[in-house]
Design a protein around this ligand. Structure first.
Ligand code: PMV
Length: 322
């Protein structure tokens, strides 16, 4: 009997199409390092989920033992997802899970989905369930819905599949071949925000001004096809240009903010070809591509930025770890 397992899944950046994807348009998303690792082991009487100094403990009947019942348990969505997964497969056992995510949270980098996906894979390995990628995505979606309301599902798909995909809704995606090494700079504005609030803002805009939203979405469609073409050709200069145009469309949807605009300008000042917010916006991260020499200049960014890094796109999806 296996006693312990571990799995990891990558973060993500959306190169083109956040928010438009919620309204049914395709988005281009790619997996990036850093990753989230989840370690699970068998447990006797209680189920424990731990992430840094946040701990959740559940008793034999699934009742919350810690924190006290009247205190919100931030790990509840992961517990509920795991319970459903085990119930569906006739497993009546307890486990301890430890989450170690290097992906900044609430920043547009898909940290919660990476954790959910790695969690499902680690449990699948522990109990010998043999879940495939589609099943892993399905269960991770349960936690994502509890965390974020009505997510498009883009995050768990890319965390499980890895590489780069054109995503068009649950189960509807095509893999994009990335044949050229493509570094991307990621800069965290330091402002955390809620995906569900930002999504609600855009959906409200789309409902109140369907004519303008449709026009912006049509423009977005053209930007996506140009951007995709430049990525496939390895034309980083063009790719950057279309990323900036996508950002302008997101600005028009009202999901940029002063910190995002400052981060964008600071990156462009370093000589980047182009930049955009990634994820829900309002804060979170800004991404940029540029000539090779521009990435070392990130160290010269204003000192108030605490998180910035350069990463490669199209890294591997969920995997078992030893
Ligand atoms: O900020 P994130 O990582 O939650 O990404 C959100 C992307 C949106 O398109 C804004 C929402 C979604 O569910 O696709």
């Amino acid at each position: 009997m296996i006693e312990k397992t571990a799995a990891s899944a990558p973060g993500k950046i959306i190169l083109f199409g956040e928010h438009f994807v919620v309204s049914g348009y395709p988005a281009l998303v790619t997996a990036i390092e850093p990753r989230a690792v989840v370690r699970v082991q068998r447990s006797e009487n209680t189920t424990v989920v731990k992430s840094g100094n946040i701990i959740g403990v559940w008793g034999k009947g699934g009742e919350q033992l810690y924190p006290p019942k009247n205190v919100k348990n931030h790990l509840q969505p992961l517990h509920d997802m795991a319970v459903k997964l085990l119930e569906d497969h006739g497993v009546r056992e307890h486990f301890k899970a430890e989450i170690d995510s290097q992906i900044p949270g609430s920043a547009g980098l898909g940290s919660s989905a990476a954790v959910s996906v790695a969690f499902v894979k680690a449990l699948s390995d522990l109990y010998g369930l043999g879940l495939g990628l589609e099943a892993i995505i399905k269960y991770a979606m349960l936690a994502e819905r509890e965390f974020h309301g009505t997510p498009s599902g883009i995050d768990p798909h890319i965390a499980a599949l890895g590489g780069a995909i054109l995503y068009n809704g649950p189960g509807k995606y095509s893999r994009i071949q990335v044949n050229h090494p493509t570094p991307v700079a990621v800069l965290h504005t330091g402002v955390r925000r809620k995906t569900s609030t930002m999504v609600a803002h855009v959906q409200d805009f789309a409902a109140k001004r369907p004519d303008i939203f449709r026009e912006l979405a049509e423009l977005y469609g053209q930007v996506l096809s140009k951007g995709l073409h430049s990525l496939e050709q390895g034309d980083v200069k063009e790719l950057g240009k279309w990323m900036t145009v996508n950002h302008i469309l997101l600005r028009a949807l009202g999901v940029s903010s002063d910190p995002v605009e400052r981060a964008l300008n600071d990156l462009l000042q370093l000589g980047m070809y182009g930049a955009k917010l990634t994820g829900a916006g309002g804060g979170g991260c800004v991404i940029a591509v540029g000539p090779e020499t521009s990435y070392s200049r990130l160290r010269g960014l204003p000192r108030h930025y605490q998180t910035f890094f350069t990463t490669q796109i199209a890294c591997r999806g969920v995997v078992s770890e030893s």
